[in-house]
Design a protein around this ligand. Structure first.
Ligand SMILES: Cc1ncc(COP(=O)(O)O)c(C=O)c1O
Length: 395
């Protein structure tokens, strides 16, 4: 058929073959997905994985990454979301209804708590806080629907009694969601805690951190092994129009190959820093699950394979230091950059006031300002030198 110039600009004479083998999978960008014919249109099953009907429901590019993440984490079914927080919100908005009760650890990722408080105000969902180190503090009523878990917990990095909490949740028929960002599917298998067939029901993962590894892409996932639960989440995902960019997915897919190498390298550097930090008199407490003095260390040891411990370490400064001292310290760091997030190549530092963050009393935490270091890919000796020079402002 002879085409006018404008039509010819749209319909290229040749399409690249789909069957050539490349190291990275081909990238599909799609809003519209073209149906072969009306049979294909009328027989589409958009609720099934791998049925291609519209960009929001997935493309070969998104399914490839989703499958890969699910496999790494030990799950079967997956959904991708535009950020870790969006994946968290998908779980909350899908599974919680008016009058339900949800349980969260006191060291939960802060914005998850904010989302739940928002649901509490609007729908009367009861948000209950438990101490992740004390299973007894999780005392669900018959309205309890969902238990959130985080291992290790945000900022103070306590490792929870996962086995104890899961057993109790299972006994009460409560769904469990683990924020698996710290473990990244490498430190432990959240769907198999050994021979007792203990498993979480779903994991949420901020792919923004280790899977992306670049400090430049935002993405999240929800993984399950339960088809019924997956379909529930899938429907909410679809009706909310939650989707991700094919270009971003391809970047994360490309970074996955090096994830374990980066994770282990960052964890090793973090241990080097930890050992040095512990000797510095300016710090009243150093928090890291692999350290024998840290809360939940025994649970970490029991669960994390090969001593995996990620790249985060927090310090509590001696209580004599004022906020301005700690700000001066942070401002004097040169390699560590002041910013949120973790898992990227650049080391980061963030300042927290624990008093504003915790609901329960925690006798294991000393008084004082807390700084969290996220260790990047720089040489640990340089990072130690950087902290050393910044500590001089405290003199
Ligand atoms: C434990 C944890 N979960 C979830 C998230 C949210 O991820 P995102 O930044 O992709 O929204 C973060 C982000 O810092 C996090 O630390």
């Amino acid at each position: 058929m002879k085409k006018n110039a404008q039509t010819a600009l749209i319909h290229a004479p040749r399409r690249a073959p789909q069957y050539i083998q490349t190291v990275q999978p081909p990238l599909f960008r799609a809003s519209t997905i073209i149906f072969e014919n009306t049979d294909a249109l009328f027989n589409r099953h958009w609720t099934d994985a791998y049925d291609y009907s519209y960009g929001t429901h997935g493309t070969p590019t998104t399914f490839t990454l989703g499958d890969h993440i699910a496999q790494i984490e030990g799950g079967l079914y997956h959904l991708l979301a535009p950020s870790g927080l969006s994946a968290i919100n998908l779980v909350n908005s899908c599974l919680l209804s008016q009058g339900d009760e949800v349980w969260v650890p006191d060291n939960i990722y802060g914005p998850n708590m904010e989302h739940l408080r928002n649901l509490q105000q609007r729908y009367g969902i009861a948000v209950k806080v438990y101490n992740p180190l004390e299973v007894e503090s999780f005392s669900p009523s018959d309205k309890a629907k969902l238990l959130w878990l985080e291992a290790a917990g945000s900022v103070t990095l306590e490792f929870p009694d996962l086995v104890g909490l899961l057993k109790k949740a299972q006994a009460h028929n409560i769904l469990t969601a683990l924020d698996n960002t710290w473990g990244a599917g490498l430190a432990f298998n959240a769907f198999d805690f050994g021979n007792e067939h203990l498993s979480v029901d779903m994991t949420v993962h901020a792919l923004t951190k280790y899977p992306s590894g670049g400090g430049d892409i935002l993405m999240g996932s929800v993984v399950t092994r339960d088809q019924h639960l997956h379909h529930q989440l899938f429907r909410m995902h679809a009706i909310q129009g939650i989707c991700v960019s094919g270009d971003d997915v391809a970047q994360v897919q490309r970074s996955l190959a090096s994830m374990q190498l980066r994770y282990e390298h960052q964890a090793k550097s973090t241990i080097e820093l930890l050992n040095w930090l512990k000797l510095q008199p300016q710090f009243a407490q150093v928090l890291h699950p692999a350290d024998a003095t840290s809360a939940g260390h025994a649970y970490w040891k029991e669960i994390c394979r090969d001593g995996h411990s990620a790249g985060l370490v927090s310090v509590i400064f001696d209580n004599n230091y004022k906020l301005q001292d700690i700000r001066n310290f942070c401002d004097s760091l040169k390699l560590f950059k002041l910013g949120f997030s973790w898992g990227g190549p650049v080391s980061l530092v963030m300042l927290y006031n624990l008093k504003e963050m915790r609901v329960l009393e925690h006798s294991h935490l000393k008084e004082g300002f807390l700084v969290r270091f996220c260790i990047g890919l720089e040489h640990p000796e340089d990072l130690i030198q950087d902290i050393q020079q910044a500590l001089k402002v405290l003199a």
